[in-house]
Design a protein around this ligand. Structure first.
Ligand code: PHE
Length: 455
């Protein structure tokens, strides 16, 4: 077992953990991805399935992940090895965590491209390019932005450097303070935008779209998309939350804290949807199923026609960048902390090397919006789409199944109760769902979804 030469870092308080975990969970997944995949999958029914997945798969697995990290106080791969040894299981369970390390790096590689769009939109907003713009103009500007691979690579490089700069300095120093100020501002801004959408957009149409459960439009691959997104948005199934749990103060309750984080994350996604779709429906040239560009095309139109829109718009994209930043740090943390806890490298060396790999993988995603946009992988995906498919649809759900089985079946009740803040029926309900519902639910959705995509 690895021993740490240096004392391990820890969050200052329960609040810092909540903010850091919320910082990880709230990101492009909520503000960019949720509205666009809800749009591509027909709205309401997708949202309902997503909420069910959060409840029956997301929250139980998130509790299990924090448990694994907090109990072992080490990085995910070593944590799983330690727990396997403790409960008399094969150390091959470590592959579950290694898959997570890889998933985090692949996600970061394409996440950084989209975060780069948000970074680029900050100066674009300030330049006044969107003042009084119409929907056709906004679409044209976005497509023009995507057309130059060098430009996308430049922003991608900047974002990876920003991420690595924080990771190298250590997660607990600085980051805690940053999220403390920035997350509330993001929240307030979303509410301001929501206010704008209610007053200026087609708000009731959007509410109907997001909450009218029309099951006719639901296919098995939208169900898989909802499941994958539940994992993606809560940052679970790959060890990020496990790594954060390992820095959790001793007296912080696991289940209550997880519920707070999951609730905040879900609220941000729903508010983002309710802020974006009213504008989409008020703009005849924009389709809800527009795809990855939805946020970058529809919101600038709103900002362009708002009093003070240049200011709010610039602030908004700055904050989307910050939300992405506080998430990207957690994507690479399982990999970096593994190298460090193993005593193989300093944070500096591990960060440069692993960040470099993510940067290289991201080149494929930058080219997916221009030179190599055709679906050359299985005839279905370009590199960007494949990276997203592989991680969100395959690796995170598979990681979730394994974690649920590992914690649900390999540990006795008393071992779990020791570390848990819930007892009685709440504890029993959590353990029952983790053992008997989560794994099968994920398996069924996973297989039917994959079959539907490839056949
Ligand atoms: N949860 C983040 C988001 O919604 C993305 C993420 C996934 C971060 C997995 C860490 C781990 O943007």
């Amino acid at each position: 077992m690895a021993t740490n030469a240096l004392p391990r870092e820890a969050w200052n308080s329960r609040l810092t953990f909540i903010l850091a975990a919320t910082g990880s969970a709230v990101g492009l997944g909520n503000i960019w991805k949720f509205p666009y995949i809800a749009g591509e999958n027909g709205g309401g029914a997708f949202v309902l399935v997503y909420l069910v997945c959060i409840l029956l798969a997301g929250i139980p697995v998130m509790i299990a992940e924090v448990f694994m990290g907090k109990r072992t106080r080490t990085s995910p791969v070593l944590a799983v090895e330690k727990l396997a040894a403790e409960s008399g299981q094969s150390t091959r369970w470590r592959w579950m965590a290694i898959m997570g390390v890889i998933a985090g790096m692949v996600i970061l590689s394409y996440y950084s491209i989209v975060a780069g769009w948000a970074l680029a939109y900050f100066p674009k907003m300030i330049s006044g390019a969107f003042v009084a713009i119409d929907d056709a103009g906004s679409s044209a500007l976005f497509n023009e932005h995507l057309s130059n691979p060098w430009r996308l690579l430049g922003w991608h490089s900047l974002f990876i450097i920003m991420t690595m700069a924080v990771v190298i300095t250590g997660v607990t120093r600085g980051l805690g303070k940053a999220v403390e100020y920035l997350m509330p501002i993001l929240f307030v801004l979303l509410l301001i935008l929501l206010g704008f959408s209610i007053s200026q957009g087609e708000f009731s149409h959007a509410v109907k779209y997001l909450f009218a459960f029309d099951f006719g439009s639901l296919t098995m691959d939208s169900v898989l998309a909802a499941l994958g997104h539940a994992f993606f948005t809560l940052s679970i199934g790959m060890g990020a939350i496990m790594a954060y749990g390992s820095y959790m103060p001793e007296d912080t309750p696991i289940a209550k804290t997880v519920l707070t984080v999951a609730a905040l994350d879900t609220c941000v996604a729903l508010i983002a949807g309710l802020a974006i779709f009213p504008i989409v429906f008020a703009s005849p040239a924009i389709e809800p199923g527009e795809g990855a560009g939805l946020l970058f095309i529809s919101l600038p139109i709103a900002f362009g026609s708002m009093p003070g829109g240049i200011f709010f718009g610039a602030l908004f994209f700055a904050l989307v960048s910050v939300a992405a930043w506080t998430s990207s740090i957690s994507l690479i943390e399982p990999a970096v902390s593994w190298a460090v806890d193993k005593g193989k490298a300093t944070r500096l060396k591990a960060g440069i090397f692993l960040g470099g790999i993510c940067w290289l993988l991201g080149i494929g995603s930058a080219l997916s919006f221009n030179v190599y946009s055709d679906p050359w992988i299985f005839g279905l995906f370009n590199w960007f789409e494949f990276s997203d498919f592989l991680t969100s649809y395959v690796m995170l759900p598979v990681g979730g199944i394994l974690m649920a089985i590992f914690v649900g079946h390999m540990f006795g009740k008393s071992a779990l109760l020791e570390s848990m803040d819930i007892e009685g029926w709440l504890f029993d309900a959590w353990r029952f769902v983790l053992r008997w519902i989560t794994p099968d639910l994920i398996k069924i959705i996973f297989f039917l979804g994959i079959i539907n995509i490839f056949l």
